[in-house]
Design a protein around this ligand. Structure first.
Ligand SMILES: N[C@@H](CCC(=O)N[C@@H](CS)C(=O)NCC(=O)O)C(=O)O
Length: 213
């Protein structure tokens, strides 16, 4: 029998949350390796041998290590095809799916972080994401026109990534919670997997605080 168990390198209240949502949506078996990033666990040599960036999330699966949220989501959704959270390779929706997963890390996050940090914008033709306004407009237009989920009718791994990220950026006030974004977030965060990931994370934080005294 193939061992499909995942080791999930995770820290609460981080970008690893979306991966946790996806693992729950997939019904994937996983063991948590919890890092305390406040005390620098992510820079221990053991962890740097897993992710030299010293970042979470990361996963280990059958001797394979995957880092970067979007890559992890693409990998997991393909490893558990029975959950139907990734359009198959010959599905016409596959192109859109791949585009949005990569756009998240290569355009959306850098655009938001640069803007939030008030970094001077690069000339549009040198910037990997054109400009902040374009990125925001593209995402808002997508959410307005594609419903109920990121790729249309069916929940996919793209929703675990984008749902967790939009929840994070709207709650930090660095992305506007338009009525359409709010409605999308309600649909994603109301799902049992999302709620379980939130409840499990809250329990972990409570246990950590109690242990710290
Ligand atoms: N590009 C990475 C970013 C991951 C990331 O920034 N993780 C943060 C937590 S939200 C982290 O591990 N920070 C610890 C540190 O940098 O020391 C991804 O998308 O997975």
């Amino acid at each position: 029998m193939t061992d499909n168990r995942i080791t999930f390198h995770y820290a609460p209240q981080t970008r690893a949350f979306g991966t946790r949502v996806l693992l729950e949506e997939l019904g994937a078996p996983y063991d948590l390796h919890v890092l305390d990033i406040r005390s620098g666990d992510q820079r221990n040599p053991d962890y740097l041998s897993i992710n030299p960036m010293g970042k979470v999330p990361a996963i280990s699966h059958r001797g394979v290590v995957v880092t970067e949220q979007a890559a992890i989501a693409l990998y997991l959704a393909d490893i558990f095809p029975e959950a139907g959270l990734a359009p198959p390779v010959d599905d016409p929706r596959r192109g859109d799916y791949l585009r949005w997963m990569v756009f998240y890390g290569s355009a959306f996050e850098p655009a938001l972080v640069d803007h939030a940090m008030k970094r001077p914008p690069l000339p549009r033709n040198n910037s990997p994401y054109a400009d902040y306004e374009t990125v925001v407009a593209i995402v808002n237009e997508h959410v307005k026109t594609t419903a109920p989920f990121w790729l249309g009718h069916h929940f996919s791994a793209a929703d675990a990534l984008w749902g967790a990220a939009l929840l994070w950026v709207t709650s930090f006030g660095i992305f506007e919670k338009t009525p359409e974004i709010a409605a999308y977030l309600e649909r994603v965060t109301g799902r049992p997997a999302f709620r379980k990931a939130q409840a499990d994370e809250a329990a972990l934080l409570t246990a950590r605080d109690a242990a710290a005294g």
